[in-house]
Design a protein around this ligand. Structure first.
Ligand code: UDP
Ligand code: MG
Length: 335
């Protein structure tokens, strides 16, 4: 399938699409992908990673394999989250270049030929930058912008603002990504960390075609924590500095109190300020312990060495008749 010598004359492009309950958009997605892929120079592998969908997304995708060639469906054993689904896609993609896109058509497939052209001109990473974010609330846009500013300030890899996961990556970039062993996967940070010659194209991000976003604020906060703690230990240093400052101020204040008591005698008032100082400092202490715990927890998760995802079913295996027979027999026994 893959021909290394003629990468650019007859390239294989893998398009990775994580899918979680996207039954409403799949028919349109397939139509638009089909049209877009007809304009591409080589073969295309559509790699759908089903991330534990509970609607009929998978059934639709498997049916689509009869109409369109080049579709592969990787079914994860449960919902592992988008980052894990994309990781599964990256590890299984066979293309000379790989495009990542969302299923909900917020990333227009019509742009893929442009991305491929930029890759053929020599870019390793073709990054799609949003000119507008139609259909996203003011709150989401503002929190996103604050978050990127914060994370770029405190972490070492700089993450480009207003870019999502929509991008094309060359084979060597994907191979580099696949070599990153961490279990806590903050992909945007990992992409930035890997680097490689990058070209940025602008596009208008469409609103979600149908269905609703799988993100809620709790998940976003989790991802933000993930982003901050997996790419920097600077928060620990900030905690240290905060502690030093508090200790310094406390020391000075204590000295002053002693001198004052010696010079003018002991004065008792100050209950309110004492409580204020105690609650403030214990708050800071708890915060720092919590922060430390966040990193310890991360170490704990990493040492378990669990795989990031489990593949329950791979449509490419289904094509082999023997396996299908075995699987049917197995299923019969269960019922
Ligand atoms: N997705 C996934 N697993 C999840 C949540 C989302 O694979 O647990 C997929 C989803 O099907 C879509 C993409 O990730 O293809 C982006 O999700 P969504 O559109 O809900 O996120 P948003 O665009 O609002 O950030
Ligand atoms: Mg979306």
């Amino acid at each position: 399938m893959k021909n290394r010598q003629s990468t650019f004359s007859n390239p294989v492009l893998s398009i990775i699409i994580p899918v979680h309950n996207e039954a409403d958009v799949i028919p349109t997605l397939l139509k638009r992908l089909d049209l877009a892929c007809r304009q591409l120079p080589g073969q295309v592998e559509l790699l759908f990673v089903d991330d534990g969908s509970r609607d009929n997304s998978v059934a639709q995708l498997l049916r689509a394999r009869d109409r369109y060639s080049g579709i592969r469906v990787l079914e994860l054993s449960r919902n592992f989250g988008k980052e894990a689904a994309v990781t599964a896609g990256l590890e299984n993609a066979r293309g000379d270049a790989v495009v990542l896109m969302d299923a909900d058509l917020q990333d227009p497939p019509e742009l893929i030929p442009r991305m491929v052209r930029a890759w053929q001109k020599g870019a390793d990473v073709v990054l799609m930058k949003r000119r507008s974010r139609a259909g996203e609330s003011w709150l989401k846009r503002t929190t996103a912008s604050i978050f990127y500013r914060l994370i770029n300030h405190i972490s070492d890899a700089s993450i480009p603002v207003d870019t999502g996961d929509f991008r094309l990556m060359s084979r060597r970039t994907v191979d580099a990504l696949n070599r990153l062993p961490e279990r806590n996967r903050y992909l945007k940070g990992m992409f930035a960390w890997v680097g490689m010659p990058t070209v940025t194209l602008e596009f208008d991000r469409d609103p979600r075609l149908a269905g609703k976003t799988k993100w809620n604020y709790l998940k976003l906060i989790h991802l933000a924590m993930e982003g901050i703690t997996s790419f920097s230990t600077r928060p620990l240093r900030i905690a240290l500095i905060l502690g030093l400052l508090a200790a310094g101020v406390g020391g000075l204040f204590g000295t002053w109190e002693v001198i004052r008591a010696l010079a003018f005698g002991i004065s008792t008032p100050g209950y309110a300020s004492m409580i204020a100082v105690i609650t403030f400092l214990s708050g800071v202490q708890l915060l720092c312990v919590g922060l430390l715990g966040e990193y310890v927890g991360r170490i704990y998760m990493e040492t378990k060495q669990r795989p990031v995802f489990i593949v329950a079913e791979d449509s490419d295996d289904i094509a082999q008749p023997l396996l299908t027979q075995l699987r049917v027999a197995g299923n019969d026994q269960k019922h």
